[in-house]
Structures are given as C-alpha cells and as structure tokens.
Design a protein around this ligand. Sequence first.
Ligand SMILES: NC(=O)C1=CN([C@@H]2O[C@H](COP(=O)(O)OP(=O)(O)OC[C@H]3O[C@@H](n4cnc5c(N)ncnc54)[C@H](OP(=O)(O)O)[C@@H]3O)[C@@H](O)[C@H]2O)C=CC1
Ligand SMILES: CC[C@](O)(C(C)=O)C(=O)O
Length: 330
Amino acid sequence: MVKMYYDNDASLDSLQGKTIAVIGYGSQGHGQAQNLRDSGLKVIIGLRKGKSWDTAVADGFEVYSVAEAVQKADFIQILLPDERQAQVYNDEIAPNLTEGKTLSFSHGFNIHFGQIVPPSNVDVMLVAPKGPGHLVRRVYTEGGGVPGLFAIHQDATGKARDIALAYANGIGATRAGVLETSFKEETETDLFGEQAVLCGGASELVKAGFDTLVEAGYQPEIAYFECLHELKLIVDLMYEAGISGMRYSISDTAQYGDHMIGRRIITDETRKEMKKVLKEIQEGEFARNWILENQANRPVFNAMAKNDENHQIEQVGRELRKMMTWINKK
Ligand SMILES: NC(=O)C1=CN([C@@H]2O[C@H](COP(=O)(O)OP(=O)(O)OC[C@H]3O[C@@H](n4cnc5c(N)ncnc54)[C@H](OP(=O)(O)O)[C@@H]3O)[C@@H](O)[C@H]2O)C=CC1
Ligand SMILES: CC[C@](O)(C(C)=O)C(=O)O
C-alpha cells in the first residue's frame, strides 16, 4: 500500500513562526484559514474588496489586498476560482513572489495546464483536501479531518515536502490521512471525479430517478425523498463502512435489487463514456473548453445553471427542507 502520512509524520514546525497568506476566502479559503489558525499558525487573508473581504474581517482575520498579503507572507495558498487564478497571479502575485517563498494550490489545474508558470526560485506545491471547503471546516471542528493529497512541483528550498506536510497537518488533513501525488495525477483524477461521479454523475442519476417516478405519476415529494434525500443517508453508510457496510444496513430485498439492477443503470456504455471523459481531461480538451467558456463570459455555464435551478426537484426540495431545521443549509 502507498505511504500514508498522519499527524505524527507531519510536524507543524516548518510553518511555526511563518506567515501564511490564504488568497481567497470562499469555500476552501474560509475552511483552510480557520483550521490553520486553530492549529496555532499565523494566517492572513489576501482578497479584493467585497463580500468575502467583509466575512474574513468579521471572522477576525487581518485582510489585505492580494499583493500586500503576498508581500507579507512566507507561504501563499491560492484559493481563488481556478479560472481567475492566472490573471490574479500575473497582476498581483508574481511581482511580489520573492525568492524562497512557497506558492501553493489546492488544485493543480493552472500549473498542469500551463496557465501559471512560477519562477524557479520558489517552492511550488499543492495541498488538496479531498472534500468541499465547508466540510473541511465542519469535520475539523468536530475533531476529525478531511483526507488530502500533496504534490511538489518545485523544491527550490529543499524543504518543500516538510512544508507541504506541515500545511496538511494545519488544515486537519493528516488526521484522516494524506498521500503524495503529482500535479498531473491530482488534476486529472479530481476533474474526473467531479464530472463523472461526485457532481455530474450523481446529479444526473438523482434527476433521472426523480423524473422517472414523477413522469409515471408518483408524488414529487416521494420522488424527492427516495432519490435525493435518502441518497445522503446511504452514502453516509458507505463513508462509514464502505459499500459492504452500507449493505449490512439495508434489507436483503434492497441488496438483491442493488446487485441485479445497478449494472443495468451503469452499463458498459456508461463505463465507455467515462473513459472518453477521462481522455478529454487528459488531452486538455476539457481545460480548453472551460478557459474559453470563461473568456466568453460563461454563456453555457449560466444557461445550464439556471435550467437546473428551476428543475422540479429543486422546487420540491426547497419546500421540504424548510421543516428540517437541523440541516446545515450551506
Ligand atoms: N470548493 C471546494 O471545496 C474545493 C475547491 N478546490 C480548489 O480550491 C480553489 C478555490 O476554490 P473555491 O474555494 O471553490 O472558490 P470560491 O469560489 O468558493 O472562492 C473564491 C474566493 O476567491 C475570491 N476572489 C475571486 N476573484 C478574486 C480576485 N480577482 N481577487 C481576489 N479575490 C478573488 C472570492 O472573493 P469574492 O467574494 O470577492 O468573490 C472568494 O473569496 C480552486 O483551486 C478549487 O479548484 C479544491 C478542492 C475542493
Ligand atoms: C467534488 C468537487 C471538488 O473537486 C471537491 C469539493 O473536492 C471541487 O473542486 O469543488
């Protein structure tokens, strides 16, 4: 098995007494910054004026422009949207990125696809939690951690691995386990996972199940509970005990249906399509489309997001969740 790094393999020493600038205070930015601070490290935030700036100030951080934060920091964690990173890097980060600093990411997109090319005299790494930023924070406050990956693109100081592991510890990732990867592997697997399984695949599966039941005349509320709400409860069991552990909790009738019918839904055709999706990622086709989509002000992204927000499953879900006061609605 691959070497896994846990808290005892990842000393915080390399970052003690250093200043970490978290650039961006959105999903990952707020989660990582707050965890690092609670781990005893010095964190400042780099932003433009706006909503995130106000939130970071309200959360008790020193907040600076991106350029100022980079000037003050030893370690710079870029947690801006991938599609904005190159522009901000060129305008505000690169001019202040002096020798010996660390430039770090939580996704390898811009380095791997050549949108950011750092100078050779800085360390370049990624430390990527394998989970959404709000969960990075929530799980940490509950005493746990979201697992993560780290990769070293450039080791100018000779200390890059120790620094990456210290950062992984600071955000709580080494509580759950961290492993080493490359920028290529992180970028390609992350894009594949979110497109084919976690976000694209799961959303379409849920909507297809919901639509099938509603079109057959069943009540939308039942379709919502069956195809969306209960999916979380089933995935929780997988998270806790794997697929076999989930099967322990479901009825034998459900398990027989699972074995017999699952592969009629995820067919050989689906698996073939997954391979095609992976190839498009590997060959840079997805990255090119995403970069061009942003240059065109996101016409496809906006149209598709609006369409999905108005889907019946979303309308029904919004109503049903109003009574579920225990759900964290973030
Ligand atoms: N979302 C996630 O859970 C995960 C994300 N990642 C990676 O983490 C990185 C950050 O993603 P995510 O947290 O989703 O991003 P978000 O969109 O949630 O947050 C982006 C932050 O960047 C700020 N920002 C945007 N443009 C600028 C700018 N021009 N100058 C200064 N600040 C700006 C935003 O502030 P404002 O309020 O002003 O817009 C906001 O605080 C990406 O590389 C992503 O791939 C990796 C793993 C999971
Ligand atoms: C699954 C989406 C993700 O890759 C993540 C939360 O890990 C992302 O980039 O947001």
